[in-house]
Design a protein around this ligand. Structure first.
Ligand SMILES: [Zn+2]
Length: 77
């Protein structure tokens, strides 16, 4: 089926079979868009609250955020 990425607006084919885990990057078209959304959300969090508590991120998500120039490891190190 088709799905529209809410980050970049790309229509992409979304392949999923009932009973299997959702695609890793759902609801975004790619890991990059997923990370971009996460980064956006994190930035908003930064502006309204104190430094982040330890958000649970997968290694992949951390790597993507680092790639996007967001350093999550300032706290306490
Ligand atoms: Zn996208």
């Amino acid at each position: 089926m088709q799905h529209t990425c809410s980050i970049c607006g790309t229509d992409y084919d979304f392949v999923w079979k009932e009973g299997t885990p959702l695609p890793k990057n759902f609801p975004f078209c790619s890991a990059r868009c997923k990370a971009a959304d996460l980064a956006k959300w994190l930035n908003e969090e930064y502006t309204i609250s104190r430094p982040l508590p330890s958000i649970i991120l997968s290694d992949t998500e951390r790597e993507l955020l680092v790639e996007l120039g967001i350093d999550l490891d300032d706290e306490g190190s």
